[in-house]
Design a protein around this ligand. Sequence first.
Ligand code: FES
Ligand code: FE2
Length: 394
Amino acid sequence: MTPQPALPDQPRQRLPRDAYVSDSWFETEQNTLFSNCWTFAGVTMDFAEPGDFRVIKAGVCSLIVIRNNTGELRAFHNQCRHRGTELLEGCGNAGKTIVCPYHNWVYGLDGALRGVPAQRACFADLDKKTTALFGASVGIFRNLVFVHPEPDQNFDDWLGDLHQVPWPHDLASADMQENPDDVTYEMNCNWKVFYENAVDGYHLAYLHKDTLGGPTHDKNLWEVFGQNMVWWSTEREGVKHRIPQFVENAARGSGLKTVQAADIPGYGGVYMLFPTTILTPNPWGFSISTMEPVNAGTTRLRVRNWSPKGWLTYTHRAADIPGYDKETGLIKSSHWTQHPLETGDFQTEDIWVCEKMQRALQSPRFKVGPLAKGAGGEAAIDFFQQTILNLMPQ
Ligand code: FES
Ligand SMILES: [Fe+2]
């Protein structure tokens, strides 16, 4: 692997308090940062047939990702070239063409404008050839599909050397099965508070002492791949905390591979794909979580889970997760029925502390102290914040 930029030696808080609480910062992020990044759009199996599509929100942009008639995945802005109406909603199969519901302009699955009702009478001068849907970019990495609102974006630049990192599961394998119950958390915190918690290696041994129980800051490692980061626990032999034991047992029982890098004797991990995608191989299989910032103080986290066939009993069912609200199907702290630290669920512990951070951020006296040094400390938080600052207008 080519050398990656190192994490900062002396990490520090770079983002101002406004970044987490202000509506105007949120709006700028939506318009600039998220409208200029790669967003998770699904897995290749979601687009099995020509016409299969998903509509994806990328900041303020609505995008269509669709399999066309020649088998390629394409992406377009979800707006009609007539008066701009949204063309598609949700996901499904569009058939052989995309038809605008407003005045029935018809587009091919390649985005080309094919038909305009009453064209001769109403649009005598219209050149259909130059009136295709606005293009966006698509990239595929290990059956994960990503979309970017700008056309002609270089996906490999964003991936960095991620192609070379060890990878635990082949999602397209016939042995893997998606859990039908996907899970959505609604968290009362800014998306960056949740991201920073996810890359904070310093808390694992403390906040999660009764669930994950480690590893300590010296036994875990964040590595940088472009804007993205991958986490490894280096605690392999003489396992003291529970994650590796789980992984080991699960691997033995299921035939799943644990992740082992050639030069890192450890377990992966967490793959943080900037800005909103979190991939976690786990003892039960594989999870893809995507953050959807709702407003400055609210973030939805959607989780899709895969398991080896026959292992679905080991996956989370939404109704079993602390905070399940049967009215909305969302997981929310307002519906916790016991103290988060008594749930035995590390995700609940994380959400609890993220919401505590967000409440503290409301105070004008809020100030962050020193950050823990090292790749297993809090250096990854500094790296993340620097990446944000590089993308925000000055
Ligand atoms: S806005 Fe789509 S056909 Fe008129
Ligand atoms: Fe955590």
